[in-house]
Design a protein around this ligand. Structure first.
Ligand SMILES: [Zn+2]
Length: 184
């Protein structure tokens, strides 16, 4: 994997990228394989303040949010988002009671009106919303080979792999073999 800072998204969007990457489709590694691990992850990322245990259904909800977000990222790269993903995200936003909140410094933000895991998911959806508004969302991509989420800082937004060293070169080798087969 390439140096993390070369993949990192700006500001709070990095948190969403890290959340999506808690499952690595390349190595099939699942970071959130228990409610306790989800709880620690959310606390570690400042998304959960209370120390109550996380339940099984809450873990399931968080994982469905994560996979819907992955779908949304894949969609913004190259295809329409599945309606399942959109339904999931819209439902989760509703369950978090996302509400607009105006601040004294003249800014405004979407904030979940509920605590716990629902609220934590809501916070991530609010980050995605803000990122769609400020235009950074379109640079958040998922690798064509392994679906690892990375932020595309290339000038012409043309990056398609998490890393040239791993997925990029593997893909080039595959394309080369394909060409050789077709041309005898
Ligand atoms: Zn990759």
């Amino acid at each position: 994997m390439e140096a993390v800072d070369r993949q990192a998204a700006p500001g709070r969007l990095e948190l969403v990228r890290e959340f999506v990457n808690t499952y690595d489709a390349g190595t099939l590694q699942e970071e959130l394989d228990s409610p306790e691990q989800l709880r620690l992850w959310l606390i570690g990322h400042g998304l959960l303040a209370d120390e109550r245990p996380v339940s099984g259904p809450e873990l399931e909800r968080a994982l469905s949010a994560r996979e819907a977000l992955r779908d949304l990222i894949l969609a913004s790269n190259r295809r329409m988002p599945g309606s399942d993903a959109l339904e999931t995200l819209n439902r989760l936003g509703k369950e978090a009671s996302l509400t607009v909140r105006f601040e004294q410094d003249g800014s405004s933000e979407l904030e979940p009106a509920v605590p716990g895991v629902n609220g934590a998911i809501g916070r991530m959806l609010a980050i995605v919303y803000a990122s769609m508004v400020d235009g950074t969302w379109s640079r958040l991509k998922a690798c064509e080979a392994c679906e690892w989420a990375y932020y595309d800082r290339s000038k012409n937004r043309s990056r398609t792999w998490c890393s040239m060293d791993t997925c990029g070169s593997r893909n080039k080798a595959r394309a080369y073999r394909r060409r050789r087969r077709t041309h005898g």
